[in-house]
Design a protein around this ligand. Sequence first.
Ligand code: SF4
Ligand code: SF4
Ligand code: SF4
Length: 331
Amino acid sequence: MDLKRRDFLKMAAGSGALLAAGSHPALAAPRKELPPNAVGILYDATLCIGCQSCMVNCKTFNSVEGGALYPQKEGIPYEFPRPDQRFWDRPVDLSSNTLNVIKAFKTGTGVNKDSETDGYSFVKRHCMHCIDPACVSACPVSALKKHPDTGVVTYSKDACIGCRYCQIACPYNIPKFEWDEALPQIRKCQLCNHRYAEGKYAACCEFCPTGASIFGKVTDLQAEAKRRLSLKEGTYQAYPLQTVDSKHTIPTRVARYLDHVYGLAEGGGTQYLLMSGVPFSSLGLPDLPEEAAAAVSEGIQHTLYKGMIAPAVLLAGLVFSAYRSTKNGDE
Ligand code: SF4
Ligand code: SF4
Ligand code: SF4
């Protein structure tokens, strides 16, 4: 066959250009809609006191090590995976044992809450429950799924083959792998969906004493975030506790908000929304475009396969490999 190395490289370069073109937003798959009964969390860093009650109760109600010591009572469904390891811990980041972490930002003397000058702020990190999740898109065996009604992104250990593509795909670096287990799983927040059947909701919100973390329908959380942005700084206002529609409220002095709700647009939108007085980049949240990473990669895949570009490149590769072997044989 008269295929020269130069011809093959030219062909590969051409397909590289097509791949580059594929990253253009125009080739991204259409933006996905919020599921009809999407639930999520609104976290307001200006209300957070960094008590870490959300972290402890996340561990307790999700059976991961390091939760608070609760007595085992009849009818209480949670238990510790290792009874000999009931202790409090202070994790500094997410891990397979920590599905939710409170981090602190500090600048200068760190005395002014929610300020970038000599200030500090907390931030609560866990799965964002993306509207178009890259982890779901990347998983080759559908071990990660987005619920069509609630939008909660769940994980099935029975389906998982341990390839960890979800870890690479997630733009927020959320899924964690159990490196120290004989039969490892991926661990991440599943929005406490195992508690809904008993009329409960996210444990981190149920046990937040200030209303910094509240659970509810995403449309209601979005409206509550807008309401907060319209409040007059320095006045005392009623903030709901635990859930967005709660009758229990707590009067709190309105802080200076950044005019931005993180998660309304970032990465195609998320069901976990954040408000803050300091830039989200200072809190370690990535500055993402409005297109979901999953939409861009799906757009590229569809474009490549629609035009039979990927199979053609693969075939060219095989042909070149065969040509090289034959040539070596001749020599
Ligand atoms: S934050 Fe990461 S793990 Fe969570 S849904 Fe989005 S892509 Fe998946
Ligand atoms: S929703 Fe549940 S699993 Fe997710 S961070 Fe809150 S307590 Fe943890
Ligand atoms: S429980 Fe509420 S106030 Fe305490 S650290 Fe968590 S989010 Fe902040």
